[in-house]
Design a binder for this molecule. Sequence first.
Ligand code: CMC
Length: 391
Amino acid sequence: GGVTTIDPGYKNTGSCESAITFLDGEKGILRYRGYSIEELAEKADFLEVAYLLIFGELPTKEQLEKFDKDIKEESHVDEDMKKILDGFPKSAHPMGVLSSLTSALIAFNPGSVDVDSEEAMYNAIVKIMGKFPVLAAWTMRKRKSLPLDYGDNSLGYVENLCKMMFSRPNKAYEANSIVNDALDKLLILHADHEQNCSTSTVRIVGSSHAGLFASLSAGISALWGPLHGGANQAVIEMLEAIKADGGDTAKYIAKAKDKEDPFRLMGFGHRVYKNFDPRAKIIKKSAEEVLGDLGIEDPVLDIAKGLASVALEDEYFVKRKLYPNVDFYSGIIYRALGIPTEMFTVMFALGRLPGWIAQWREMRLRKEPIGRPRQIYVGENYREFVDLEKR
Ligand code: CMC
C-alpha cells in the first residue's frame, strides 16, 4: 500500500541511526563522537577531527602520522585534470567547478568506486582527502588567473591548503599562523552537522552504491544553495548591499519581516538550533580576534553586529527563534583572510569533507538499504490518450 502521511522537508523524519554527531537544538549542543565542539575547536587540529569523525576515535600519534602520510601520498591530481579546469570560463561559480572536478576525479581513479573491502574504502578516503584541497585551491587560482600550485608536503594539512590558495609566483611562501589557526578552527566547526541537506544527499546517493566521489560531488551541489552552505556568500553580499544602501539596518529588518517580500535575513535561522547556534558563538569571537590580530577594520562587521543586536530583540525573530547561524560571521573571517566571496561555500565544503566521508562510510558499513522515499500521488486519474491532431 501507499503512504498516507508525508513530511515535506523531512522535518520530523529520521533517516538513519548514526554514531557520529550529536546535536541538541534546544540546548545548543554540538558534539563530534561525544567530544564538544568548543573543546575540539580549542584543542584539536582539523586533521585530528577528520580522523575522529571518520574512524570514531581521536587518533594516537602513530595513527595520525600514518593518516597524514597516506593523504600526502595522494595530494596530487592527474595532469589531465588541468585541461578540464581550463575548459571552464573564468566566471564559472567555484562550487560548480568543484563539483564537476570531483566527479571528473572518478575517471582518473576508477578503483575508488568499488569499495567492498575496508581497505578499498580507506584508499578512496585518503585519495579524496589528499586531492580535494588541491581542486578547491586550483578553483580559486583559476578565477584569479594565478598559476596552479601543488603545495608542499612538508607542511600540515591546513598550512598546505593556505599555500596552495595564497602562494604567489616567484615569491617564497610565508606561513601565517593567524590565518592558519583561524582557518583550522573554521574547518573544524564546519566538519559535520548530522543529517543536513548535503549530508543526506551524500548518504542517499551513496546508498545506490555510487562511489564516494560521485556521492561527494552530489553533496557539493546540495551545499551550494543559499538556504544551505551558500548562505555564507549570501550573508556578505547582503551586508555589502546594506552598506551600499547607507547602512540602514532597520530597513532590512523590516524587509525580512514583511511576508510579501521574499527577502530573508541571510545567516539567521536554523532548522534545528532554536536557542543559539554554538558554532556561531565561537565564530563571532574568532572573527573579532582575527580582525584584531590582522589589524583589519571592516565596516561590514559593524553592520553585522548591528543587524544581530536589532534582530535578537525584535519580536518577529524572538518568536520564531531565529538566531545568527554559523554562516553569519564566517564570511567576515574569510574576507579578512583574503578569500574571495564566491569561494566561501568552497571553504565550507573543505570543512564538511570529513563529515560527508564519515557519514558515507557509516552508511556503507551498516549496509543501509537504498534511499527511496514514498509519495502521495495527487495527479490526474486514468485518462485516455488524445492524438496530437485532436489536442
Ligand atoms: N529571515 C526572515 N524570516 C525567517 C528567516 C530569515 N532568515 N528564517 C526563517 N524565517 C521565518 C519564516 O519566514 C517562517 O515564518 P512564518 O512561520 O511566519 O511563516 C519561520 O521563520 C520558520 O521558517 P522556515 O523557513 O519554516 O524554517 P526552516 O527550518 O524550513 O528553514 C532555514 C531554516 C535555515 C532554511 C531558514 O531559517 C533560512 O532560510 N535562513 C536563511 C538562510 C541561511 O542562513 N541558511 C544557513 C543555515 S545554517 C548553515 C547550514 O547548515 O546550511
